[in-house]
Ligand binder design. Structure first.
Ligand code: DQA
Length: 145
C-alpha cells in the first residue's frame, strides 16, 4: 500500500480563522479529513504531522526514509527560510511535493522565493484546500502500488 506523509508547517494549526482572505475558513482538522477521504478513494495510506518547530519537521523527514513513498509538505513560513528542511528533503531522496494554500507568487515579494522547491518534485500553490488534494493525486500518479 502506498504511504504518504503530509506535513503541515508553522501556524497552520490556526487555520479556520487565520488570515482567511488568504487561507480560507477551513480548519486543519477539516483539511486532514478531506485528504483522508480522498486517500481512501485512491487506496493509499496517509499520516499527518503539524509542527511549529523546524527541528521537529527535519526529524520527521529524516526518519521517514524507507517508511513512506511520498512526502507532501506545506512548509508555511519555513518555505522562505529553511535550508535545514530543504537539506532534509534532498537528503532522504523521498519524492516530495510542496503545497501552498495561497499563491505565494502574488503576495509579498519575500514569499515568492521558496528554498524548498528546488529539492521537491514540484509545487502546487494557490488552490486552497485543493492544493493538498491535487498533491495527493500527483503523489499517487508518481508511485505505483
Ligand atoms: C503558506 C504560504 C506561506 O508564505 C505562509 O507563511 C504560510 C502559508 C500557504 O499555504 O499559502 O504560513 O504556506
Amino acid at each position: 500500500m502506498r504511504k504518504i506523509l503530509v506535513i503541515h508547517g508553522p501556524n497552520l494549526n490556526l487555520l479556520g480563522d487565520r488570515e482567511s482572505e488568504f487561507y480560507g475558513t477551513t480548519t486543519l482538522d477539516e483539511i486532514n479529513q478531506r485528504i483522508s477521504k480522498l486517500a481512501r478513494e485512491l487506496d493509499c495510506q496517509v499520516e499527518f504531522l503539524q509542527s511549529n518547530h523546524e527541528g521537529v519537521i527535519v526529524d520527521a523527514i529524516g526518519s521517514s526514509k524507507g517508511k513512506v513513498d511520498v512526502i507532501i509538505i506545506n512548509p508555511a513560513a519555513f518555505t522562505h527560510t529553511s535550508v535545514a528542511i530543504r537539506d532534509a528533503v534532498s537528503g532522504v531522496k523521498i519524492p516530495t511535493i510542496e503545497v501552498h494554500l495561497s499563491n505565494i507568487y502574488n503576495r509579498e515579494e519575500f514569499r515568492s522565493k521558496s528554498l524548498i522547491a528546488p529539492a521537491a518534485v514540484g509545487q502546487i500553490s494557490g488552490f486552497g484546500v485543493n492544493s493538498y488534494l491535487l498533491a495527493l493525486r500527483a503523489a499517487v500518479f508518481m508511485v505505483k502500488k
